[in-house]
Structures are given as structure tokens and as C-alpha cells.
Design a protein around this ligand. Structure first.
Ligand SMILES: Nc1ncnc2c1ncn2[C@@H]1O[C@H](COP(=O)(O)OP(=O)(O)OP(=O)(O)O)[C@@H](O)[C@H]1O
Ligand SMILES: [Mg+2]
Length: 334
């Protein structure tokens, strides 16, 4: 009954034994400031974003890929673990993936929360290693493979060979930043203030970062900044392109720099094997084609990119002893 957890900025996924992914909910907590109580986590809390009275706050405790709120992070992990284990006392082992930008001190807090929630042993795994395992790649051979995991808060690009990370780069540009850029663009261009959830929907429905042609579009609603009244407009893929392309190029340029830190034999392997795209950002329409064109290497979107990391954490149980720097046994928590 081992449990793999992908503690992401945007989503938390839990994979279990032979059942696969058993929980997939947004990393959101709703909190009552008057009573100091958590009133909802995950899907229930997500529905409250931007729609709460004064005494309730809805937080993303891991925004921007760092733990911005320890207490809420712990509450969230505990609630999710209890949800899948049903509070019984069977003490699972947990392999957990936390964003790479999280510091050691913060990791410690997360591990402690998992222990309090009933874990027997907690292991940590680096996100790119979990992502590439989940993409179904054999990383034990002396053969270089590259993964670019684009999540909500961070993008991780890494080259992996012989179970270890050879070169990597973690960037704080990912899905959330793209949403914010869309909010900014729409308010500057159309004088319409939209929420971040609306911006995210627009990105998913109408982005085309490779060849925008006006065919993908979406109607968005918000408040007109001058008139102050509700209004709706249509956004096309040209709009979304203009709003986010600079940041998308930053992600691609960051990915390119990883090659500079990689020995030439392995760079040659990547030319042959291509680049695997994982995380929700891998689904950004046209990104695979743009990246392939810019880098000159084929890019393939992994199957079900949003669950790669969670599936990878579960696969990692079979190789607890084999992974090198991608897998750290946190023995001090025994
Ligand atoms: N079809 C899509 N097109 C573009 N972006 C998408 C699509 N589907 C999901 N996303 C984005 O993917 C992001 C979430 O991805 P994911 O669940 O992999 O992040 P995470 O693992 O929680 O974050 P991190 O790894 O940074 O901690 C969100 O920003 C979401 O908007
Ligand atoms: Mg992730």
C-alpha cells in the first residue's frame, strides 16, 4: 500500500499501489479567518476562488513553486492523505515529489506533515526524474534522455542518464505566469479586468504559440475598467499569442542552456531520442512544434502529461536503491 504524491503548485496527485492515480485535485485551501479553521481543500476550495466573503480566504499554499504558507501546505497534505487512506492505521511508505525550488527547510516541513498524517517512511524525488519515469522512459541505461516539465509554478528541464540527473535548470516561469500575462494583456488592450481562472481557461481554449491564425477563440467576461460594468469580449489565438509568447520563448531559451552544461555524447543522444514534454504546460497548443523548430530536436508530449510525475513517483518505489541524485532517502526522519 505504498503511496506516491506529486505535490505540485497547481495540482496535487496521489498514485497508490496497483490502483494508479486515485486523487487529482487543485492545490488550494479555503480558510475561515474568524474561526481559524480550514473549511475546504482541493476541488471544493478551487470553486471558491474569487468568490468568497471577507472572512474566508482561499490560498494556493505553494504559489510560484515555493511554499508560501507552511500551515496551509501541511493542512492540505494531511487532508489529501486522509482522503485516500481513509484514516485507518496502516502506515504507508510515501514517495513524494516537491517543486525543485523548495528549500531544504521547507522540504523538511512537508516531510513532517506527511509523517504526522501517518507515513511510515517518506522519500523525496526530484520532479524531472519522476516526470521522465512517468513518461515511460528507461533511465537506467547509459543513454541520455531529456525532459521538460512545465507545471503551474516551475518549469524543469533536465538531462538524465544512468538513473541520475546530468544537467538541469529550474525556471520560475510556467502556467501561472502565462495566466497573469493574459490578465495584464486583456486589461491593457481591451480595458477589461478578468480573473486568473478565466485567463487560464482562455489559455487552454485559445492558445496557439506556433501558428496563430484566428481560428481558436473564446469569449471571456469581466469588469470594464472605465465603465465599471460587466462586459464580455472575444479573444483569439492572436491575442493569447501576443500575451504569452515572450515567456514561452524564455522557457525555450532556458531549455537550450541545459545543453551547454551537458557532455557532448549525451547531447548526441538527445538528438536521437528527442525531448519529452510533461506537466500541464506540455499541452499548451503548438508548444511541441515551436520547441522542435527552435531547438532542432523532435519534441513529444508524454501520454497524459499532467499525471506523469505522480505515475513516476509510484514507479520509483521499485528503484529506491537505484536512483542516484534524483532520489534522496530522508533518513533523519526515521
Ligand atoms: N491544455 C492546456 N494548455 C495549456 N496549459 C495547460 C493545459 N492544461 C493544463 N495547463 C496548465 O498546466 C498547469 C498545471 O500543470 P501541472 O499540474 O503539471 O502543475 P504542477 O505540477 O501542479 O506545478 P509545479 O510542477 O510547477 O509544481 C496549469 O498552469 C494549467 O493552466
Ligand atoms: Mg509538477
Amino acid at each position: 500500500m505504498d503511496i506516491g504524491i506529486d505535490l505540485g503548485t497547481a495540482n496535487v496527485l496521489i498514485a497508490m499501489g496497483n490502483k494508479g492515480v486515485v486523487l487529482d485535485e487543485p492545490s488550494v485551501v479555503a480558510f475561515n479567518k474568524k474561526t481559524n479553521e480550514v473549511i475546504a481543500v482541493g476541488n471544493d476550495a478551487y470553486r471558491m476562488i474569487g468568490r468568497t466573503p471577507d472572512h474566508i480566504t482561499v490560498v494556493r499554499p505553494l504559489s510560484d513553486g515555493v511554499i508560501s504558507d507552511h500551515k496551509m501546505t501541511e493542512e492540505m497534505i494531511t487532508a489529501f492523505i486522509e482522503k485516500v487512506t481513509g484514516k485507518q492505521l496502516f502506515m504507508p511508505n510515501i514517495v513524494m515529489c516537491i517543486p525543485s525550488s523548495v528549500t531544504d527547510v521547507e522540504s523538511r516541513a512537508v516531510v513532517e506533515a506527511a509523517k504526522i498524517a501517518g507515513a511510515r517512511q517518506v522519500y523525496l524525488i526530484e520532479e524531472p526524474v519522476a516526470a521522465i519515469l512517468g513518461a515511460g522512459v528507461d533511465i537506467s541505461a547509459p543513454d541520455g534522455n531529456m525532459v521538460v516539465d512545465i507545471g503551474g509554478g516551475t518549469t524543469d528541464a533536465a538531462i538524465i542518464s544512468l538513473n541520475g540527473v546530468v544537467a538541469k535548470l529550474s525556471m520560475k516561469i510556467a502556467g501561472e505566469k502565462l495566466d497573469k500575462s493574459i490578465v495584464k494583456y486583456v486589461s491593457a488592450r481591451y480595458r477589461l479586468l478578468i480573473g486568473e481562472k478565466t485567463a487560464e481557461n482562455a489559455k487552454i481554449a485559445a492558445a496557439n504559440v506556433y501558428s496563430p491564425d484566428g481560428s481558436r477563440k473564446i469569449v471571456v467576461k469581466g469588469r470594464h475598467l472605465v465603465r465599471g460594468l460587466p462586459e464580455q469580449i472575444e479573444l483569439t489565438d492572436y491575442d493569447i499569442y501576443e500575451a504569452i509568447i515572450d515567456q514561452v520563448r524564455e522557457i525555450i531559451n532556458g531549455t537550450k542552456t541545459v545543453f551547454e552544461k551537458t557532455p557532448p555524447e549525451l547531447v548526441g543522444d538527445i538528438y536521437k531520442n528527442g525531448i519529452y514534454l510533461t506537466g500541464g504546460g506540455a499541452l499548451l497548443f503548438g508548444l511541441d512544434r515551436l520547441m522542435a523548430a527552435e531547438i532542432g530536436v523532435k519534441c513529444c508530449i508524454a501520454d497524459d502529461p499532467l499525471s506523469c510525475v505522480a505515475r513516476g513517483t509510484r514507479l520509483a518505489f521499485k528503484r529506491l536503491d537505484k536512483l542516484l541524485d534524483g532520489f534522496e532517502h530522508v533518513s533523519m526522519y526515521k
